[in-house]
Design a protein around this ligand. Structure first.
Ligand code: AMP
Ligand code: GLY
Length: 425
């Protein structure tokens, strides 16, 4: 089989790495990919959002299966386009990906289907939004309706902060048309977990649980990022909590989609806040998480390709999916300045030494080759991922490997996985 993976982050390297282990695969392409995917696949210089260019490429190469990493092409309708051309592709269609592409659609969908979520108001003009903030007070969360590269959610501690967020989104149009509407919601308190599940539109099967680390600094300080590290399993997600999420979130999600006339196939990612009142949904994404996919792929024992095929064919079956009992931890190494401005093209050293370590894989994100040298090419540069007999061992191993890698300005959190340790006796 020939497979095309779309995207260029750590998530896509992890998917390429997992797909490459399938005996069904002859050749993998990655568009546009990074220096990590280049070692397992042929990188193709087509941007993830160039869905017409990707279609042309897939037709020319007679690609048997396309796997979409990021949300952009899903929301643009890459799945609709490929399906119309008779090509197999893994991911939800545009109308289904609206669950991520529009926070207004997502909130209305949750309310309609009794999926537990923060109380919210939806506004199409700034004065009404500001009135609402003045009425309910702070802390409060302001969310731009559309895609905003992960920056469209502002958790405001004070009223003036929330009002400034509304002005930034709706008046200054910081995120363009994504800010035509806003969702303003109650600020939930608790611990977050990522529940990522496969669905073929009928059955829904959760993957191993995981937890992301969104803030840039240790102890969850500083601004939000794309994710500075992740681990799996997340001990906060007990079997009981998982059953509750299955019953109150995942199952109503799939049946709600069917009621909308939407056949939702692919991945559904529920960002959950475990509150005193139980699990509540912060957001839905229509794709795998990044960096959660890195530890999750390390723990997936079964071949992932038959799972993708079964989902596309509407025959998802939990016997297809098996997990490694061990824990996995991913530490993200970021460029100096990230999540603000950062330089690119900085040489990375030490990667060759990692090959000698067992149960460690360095997933590349913002990297590329400059001749034979791997250099930085983004804000999140690498995801050092380790498997261990316990979360503690996995943490130690991931940091042992991290210490062997260097590039100028490199920084990372020192407390990835620490939160999980409090649950372990
Ligand atoms: P989202 O893109 O909706 O997941 O939001 C990004 C991050 O903002 C989440 O991972 C949370 O840390 C935070 N967040 C979003 N909604 C809320 C909320 N209602 N209460 C508290 N924090 C939130
Ligand atoms: N790790 C957060 C996300 O993928 O949205």
């Amino acid at each position: 089989m020939k497979v095309l993976v779309i995207g260029s982050g750590g998530r896509e390297h992890a998917l390429v790495w997992k797909i490459a282990q399938s005996p069904k695969i002859d050749k993998i392409y990655c568009a546009p990919g990074n220096a990590g995917t280049a070692q397992l696949a042929e990188n193709i210089e087509i941007k993830a959002d160039d869905i017409q260019g990707l279609l042309k490429f897939a037709q020319e190469k007679k690609i048997d299966l396309t796997v979409v990493g990021p949300e952009g092409p899903l929301v643009l309708g890459i799945v609709n386009l490929f399906e119309k051309a008779g090509l197999k592709i893994f991911g939800p269609r545009a109308e289904a990906a609206r669950i991520e592409g529009s926070k207004v659609f997502s909130k209305e969908f949750m309310i309609k289907n009794d999926i537990p979520t923060a109380q919210a108001g939806i506004f199409a003009d700034a004065p009404a939004a500001i009135n609402y903030i003045n009425e309910v007070g702070a802390p409060i969360v302001v969310k731009a309706d559309g895609l905003a590269a992960g920056k469209g959610v502002i958790v405001a501690r004070t009223k003036p902060e929330a009002i400034a967020a509304v002005k930034l989104i709706m008046e200054q149009k910081e995120f363009g048309a994504a800010g035509n509407k806003v969702v303003i919601e109650e600020c939930l308190v608790g611990e977050e977990a990522s529940i990522i599940a496969f669905t073929d539109g009928e059955s829904v099967i959760p993957l191993a649980s995981s937890q992301d680390h969104k803030r840039i600094f240790d102890k969850d300080q500083g601004p939000n990022t794309g994710g500075m590290g992740a681990y799996s399993p997340a001990p906060i997600v007990t079997d009981r909590l998982m059953s509750e999420i299955d019953l109150n979130v995942l199952k109503p999600f799939v049946s709600g989609m069917r009621q909308e006339g939407i056949d939702y196939k692919g991945v559904i990612y529920a960002g959950i806040m475990v509150t005193k009142k139980g699990p509540m949904v912060l957001e839905f994404n229509a794709r795998f998480g990044d960096p959660e996919t890195q530890p999750i792929m390390m723990r997936m024992k079964s071949d992932i390709v038959p799972v993708f095929e079964a989902i596309i064919d509407g025959k998802l079956d939990d016997r297809l999916i098996e997990w490694d009992e061990r824990a996995a931890v991913c530490v993200v190494l970021a460029a100096g300045g990230y999540p603000g401005k950062y330089e690119k093209g900085i040489p990375i050293s030490g990667l060759d030494k990692i090959d000698q370590l067992e149960n460690v894989t360095v997933f590349h994100a913002g990297t590329k080759f400059a001749g034979a040298q791997v250099v930085t090419n983004g804000g999140r540069v690498l995801g050092v991922t380790a498997l261990g007999g316990s979360i503690k061992f996995a943490i130690d191993k991931a940091y042992q490997a991290t210490n062997m890698i260097h590039f100028k300005g490199m920084h990372y959190r020192k407390d990835i996985g620490k939160q999980a340790l409090k649950y372990i006796r």
